[in-house]
Structures are given as structure tokens and as C-alpha cells.
Design a protein around this ligand. Structure first.
Ligand code: IMP
Ligand code: MG
Length: 183
């Protein structure tokens, strides 16, 4: 039997409207510069694909693979980072790191730190979602689409045990919320 679809937290239309706004702001903030967008695999790929089409700047796109979850819904606290093409050149570049969501904050802060240490001229971060209540370290994304409460969300690139990335909206799994709250 098919599982019921997750409930809608943020509709596809709301996402698209916000992505356009984010792209416009980024284009203004970096006017006259070239950027390197670095997407964090795999969760960022849908957001990144939409976002870059609303950024009117010369750019290159790269990916890093990061994982702190395995197949669990709670971060293991240890973030592994793999750069796709070696050696990736960051020296002197304006890097915009793009991810789906900032939760505990470890993933983005570790990737930003690593890219800074490789000589980037500037490093900023952009996420679609921000779950401020879950922060385990002090971290603030430079750009975010929406702040959400402490809920496990899926869709628009985000998964639950690798499934549901293909939803065009952001949904939540009601049965999972209580487990997370009790942690
Ligand atoms: P952090 O290091 O705790 O900030 O974890 C960020 C990463 O965890 C994101 O890149 C997502 O891949 C994943 N993540 C955090 N919260 C959720 C969620 O609610 N749904 C799906 N993935 C999530
Ligand atoms: Mg991720």
C-alpha cells in the first residue's frame, strides 16, 4: 500500500516566490562580482537548481558531499566533507554555499570553515530553511528562505531515509514530530 503524502508546510508557490526574492537579493549584494555556488549534496540540489536561475551574475557551480545523518533523522554530530573534483580552487573566489536547511548548524559551519581555510576571498551561506530552535552551535546563515519550528521536513530535495526528495512542496511527517520533540 502507498504511504499517505506528507502534509503541506510550505507550498510550491510560496517556495518559488521566496526563491525569486532570494535570487534578486543575492544578485544585488554581489553586483559586479563573479561567484562560485557550492551546493551541499544531496539535499540542496533542487533549491540550488531553482535559485541559480534567479541569480543574474557570472557564476560557476560546484558540489560537496556532506553527511552527518547516515540514514537517521538525528545528526550524528560528526560531519564528513568530500569535495567532488580535486583539487577544487577556492583561492580568491566569492563562494556562496547553498544548502536545503540549517538545523544544528555543524554542516554549514564546517564547510564554510574549510572553504575559508582554502583561501576564498569571501564565504557566505544560503539556505531555504532555518530551524533556529535546534542549533547546537552559534551559526547564522547569511540568507534564508523561511524559519520553521522544530519539525522534520521532507520534499524539495530533502529526504526521509532517501525518499520524498521529489515532492515539489515542503511537507512534514506528523508521526515523526513527537519523536523529535522528545529527544
Ligand atoms: P546540521 O549540520 O545539523 O545543520 O544539519 C544540516 C543537514 O541535515 C542538512 O543539510 C540536511 O541534509 C539535514 N536535515 C536537517 N534537518 C532536516 C529535516 O528536517 N529534513 C531533512 N533533512 C534535514
Ligand atoms: Mg544536507
Amino acid at each position: 500500500m502507498r504511504e499517505p503524502l506528507p502534509a503541506i508546510l510550505i507550498s510550491a508557490q510560496e517556495i518559488q516566490k521566496r526563491v525569486v526574492e532570494l535570487g534578486r537579493r543575492i544578485s544585488e549584494d554581489y553586483a559586479g562580482q563573479e561567484i562560485l555556488c557550492v551546493g551541499i549534496l544531496r539535499g540542496s540540489f533542487v533549491f540550488l537548481a531553482d535559485l541559480i536561475r534567479h541569480i543574474e551574475l557570472p557564476m560557476e557551480v560546484e558540489f560537496v558531499r556532506c553527511s552527518s545523518y547516515g540514514n537517521a533523522e538525528v545528526s550524528s554530530g560528526v560531519v564528513t566533507i568530500e569535495f567532488a573534483d580535486q583539487p577544487m580552487e577556492f583561492r580568491g573566489r566569492h563562494v556562496l554555499i547553498v544548502d536545503d536547511i540549517v538545523d544544528g548548524g555543524l554542516t554549514l559551519s564546517k564547510v564554510a570553515q574549510e572553504i575559508r581555510s582554502r583561501g576564498a576571498a569571501s564565504v557566505k551561506t544560503c539556505v531555504l530553511l532555518d530551524k533556529p530552535a535546534r542549533r547546537s552551535i552559534a551559526f547564522q546563515a547569511d540568507y534564508y528562505g523561511f524559519q520553521i519550528e522544530n519539525r522534520f521536513v521532507v520534499g524539495y530535495g530533502m529526504d526521509s531515509v532517501q525518499k520524498l526528495r521529489n515532492l515539489s512542496y515542503i511537507g512534514y511527517l506528523p508521526q515523526k514530530t513527537d519523536e523529535i520533540k522528545s529527544l
